[in-house]
Design a protein around this ligand. Sequence first.
Ligand SMILES: Cc1ncc(COP(=O)(O)O)c(C=O)c1O
Length: 389
Amino acid sequence: MAPERSRRFQNLPAYPLTGVAEAKKRLEASGVDVIDLGVGDADLDPPPEAVRRLAEAASERSMSRYPFQSGLPDLREAIATWMGQRFGLKLDPYTEILPLMGSKEGLAKLPLAFLDPGDAAVIPDPGYPVYQGGVILAGGEPHLVPLLSENDYLMALDGIPDDVRSRLRLMYLNYPNNPTAATAPPEYLARVVDFCREHQAVLAYDHAYSEIAFDGYRPPSILEVEGADGIALEFHSFSKTYNMTGWRLGWVAGNADLIESLTLVKTVMDIGVFKAVQAAGAAALAAYEHWVPGNVARFQVRRDVAVEGLTQAGFTVTQPKATMYLWVPVPGGGSSVAFAERALQEAGVVVLPGAALGAGGEGFFRIALTVDEERMRVAVARLGTLAMG
Ligand SMILES: Cc1ncc(COP(=O)(O)O)c(C=O)c1O
């Protein structure tokens, strides 16, 4: 008999997209030219400055030592400088910033510092699956709140029941949002901060898409909101801004006390990011001003091609102000999984079924702007054949 898994483990929802890789491989083996718009991992290069610094740093002896949580001072300083220039925040590089092995790591480990069994965490639905998985593994209770199109995909706070409010210790929030591509106005963020303050809950603000924004829009930091200090932690990532998904580098910023709690959890579980990658991260941040706008412009061209093509094909598409995603209602209102299967089998295009990111995502599918405009044109033309049928 197999050893029994913990109840926490058994409660984990299945991670989405696990079967898709296999199906894609099978199709490709049979000669189909599959276009993958499933995972948010663009086909673009990281900044050359980061690549060069990584290569150089790899041969510096000091880089091969244990990084520990304090990591590389250069990276901490570069992050503090960038947060100052971008959001006007004054953060202490050594107590109010913590480098992470990608923001996913911090988002997943955070509940271990703040949740006891029976404590509740509010989570957007649909949403990045890590929020729910992290809460469940920590023994907490996820309370999912639907993101509705009629509410501009802003997570409604009014409907959170008293029973959850009284046990609330943690809330996840993510704008610009994956998967809906929604953005949050400042007055909404102020309301969320007030709510979390009132309930003494930590607000984990996932800002992975803070820099992928279009038409002049500049997403604000939650740490700029009055009252956020002491309850909010903001998670940043090199993955999307710099096309560095595989490098596993991000950071969390916020009040020193909250940062220290996550640092202690990490001290038990890991020893930090390879210092050469941290050095490369500092180089990427230094290249921000001259490199990132061009990268964002590439995503914007892809967005425009995709929005135009899908609209012409009969899909109902809202042009997003940010993120690398389009969130599109399934034509005819059918099941998102069935639509994604048809997209793969009949059109050779991988899309993410909304339901894979939570029941609240049913009725929608997500496409990621991960291929260049030429390939995107082909992809949306192929998807167009499904809009009609
Ligand atoms: C909303 C959101 N948060 C966090 C992450 C994780 O980013 P990282 O690569 O920094 O772990 C992703 C990645 O897709 C994401 O979509």
